[in-house]
Design a protein around this ligand. Structure first.
Ligand code: NZQ
Ligand code: ZN
Length: 387
């Protein structure tokens, strides 16, 4: 087992109706609030009006229109400007992972004198961030319980996963009923994203019985509950279980003491959504089984045997490569069965920029140091197999 140093400072407030705690939560941080949200789903949900009603008396500024795969320009820059000009005390992010991520970059940029891109690209390390409170409306990324923010810069085709421990949300308000309106497409993509977060931690050199058990249970829970959410979008228990599975998925708690895998599927997917602005979870679902097939070898096969037998119940007496092949096929079939388009061509990506994207990933994502190292040629082969 590897050494670790771990702290998650986020307060989670979970359950039906917990939004009533919002005034008490916000009061501790001050009265000047930047309310951030996306393209309008929170208005359809009635959540926007509810927040305004509960915070009547606070001074609220707004940044709206944050897009999926949130953009540095204009959203992060505009948010930083609003914070600086109005001496904002706290950011209230209401929405999915994109709104939360954008708000984290704003929170850091607001207390930094230079160009916020310096922080996102680690040219400099931020000393502090504004406090962030969020109300999550989509179960997927785990941004509500982690220090990560993934920010895109369109003109350079960059999509950067940026980690800063100052950017853990101070408080995350998690009411599963706010996810009842999430579309089938986004529900399935959210499930695939969270499953991949777990796989990125599971497929590594050194793991523990405890962590494997956590992760195998979480994968099974996500598959069972995502199906229930798709069949009945207002199944409270299924939405609640899926939400918590996703919340835990990305903050590292499942893999304390594990060796690092390199997060290869995320490294590759970030290029797909940077170049083509696709839905993150769909890109991951498409790449994952092709990556698995590509890296299957004498060195990696035992992890696939464990995954296949414990997650999918594959007969453990079969030949180890047969188990691994079946496990990869089951992974593919599950994603396909929840309605995810399983070919890049179906999400608008053809072969024309594969070389360019593979080069970008090889240059920027450090996948030559992953558990199963990937060269630029390997990455291009995985993209090509995903077409
Ligand atoms: O913009 P609005 O109108 O709010 O609509 C959103 C958006 O169109 C909609 N939506 C959200 N809640 C809804 C809803 N529609 C109906 N009812 C609701 N309750 O869903 C669409 C997608 O939203 P988005 O926030 O983009 O989805 P998600 O939560 O999957 O976030 C994806 C982003 O997070 C990044 C991804 O790369 C991507 O940019 N990630 C962040 C991570 C992190 N911070 O740790 C880790 C992940 O690996 C991931 O990379
Ligand atoms: Zn992800």
């Amino acid at each position: 087992m590897q050494n670790f140093d771990y702290q998650t400072p986020t307060r989670l407030i979970f359950g039906k109706g917990v939004i009533t705690k919002l005034p008490e939560v916000m009061k501790q941080f001050g009265s000047k609030i930047l309310l951030t949200y996306g393209g309008g789903s929170i208005k359809k949900l009635g959540l926007y009006d509810k927040v305004r009603e509960l915070l009547d008396g606070s001074e609220i500024f707004e940044l709206c229109g944050i897009q999926p795969n949130p953009k540095y320009d204009p959203s992060v820059l505009e948010g930083v400007r609003l914070c600086k000009e109005n001496n904002i005390d706290v950011i209230l992010a209401v929405g999915g992972g994109s709104v939360l991520d954008c708000s984290k970059a704003i929170a850091a940029g607001a207390l930094y004198d230079g160009d916020p891109w310096d922080l996102i690209t680690y040219k400099t390390i931020g000393k502090a961030s504004l406090p962030i409170v969020d109300i999550l409306t989509l179960a997927a990324t785990g941004s509500e319980y982690d220090p990560g923010a993934v920010i895109s810069r369109t003109e350079t085709n960059d999509k950067i996963g940026y980690m800063d421990s100052n950017n853990y949300p101070a408080v995350s308000i998690l009411d599963p009923t706010y996810t009842f309106t999430v579309s089938k497409k986004q529900t399935a993509a959210g499930c695939a994203d969270a499953m991949n977060h777990i796989m990125e931690q599971y497929f590594c050199e050194d793991s523990t019985l405890l962590n494997d058990g956590f992760m195998e249970a979480a994968l099974k829970s996500l598959m069972v509950n995502a199906r229930k959410c798709l069949d009945n979008p207002e199944d409270y228990t299924a939405r609640a279980e899926m939400m918590l599975d996703c919340t835990y998925g990305c903050n590292g708690i499942y893999s304390l003491g594990n060796s690092y895998s390199g997060w290869p599927c995320h490294g590759m997917e970030h290029a797909l959504s940077a170049y083509y602005d696709i839905t993150h979870g769909e890109g991951l679902a498409i790449i994952t089984p092709r990556w698995m097939k590509h890296i299957l070898s004498e060195k990696t096969v035992d992890r696939f045997v464990k995954y296949g037998t414990n997650v999918f119940g594959i007969d453990s007496t079969l030949d180890k490569f047969e188990i691994a092949d079946k496990a990869i096929a089951e992974t593919y079939s599950f994603f396909e069965s929840i309605g995810i388009p399983m070919h890049l061509k179906e999400v608008g990506i053809d072969e024309s920029r594969i070389g360019e994207m593979a080069h970008h990933v090889a240059e920027n994502e450090g996948l030559d140091k992953a558990w199963a190292p990937l060269t630029e040629q390997d990455i291009a082969a995985i993209f090509t197999a995903s077409l």
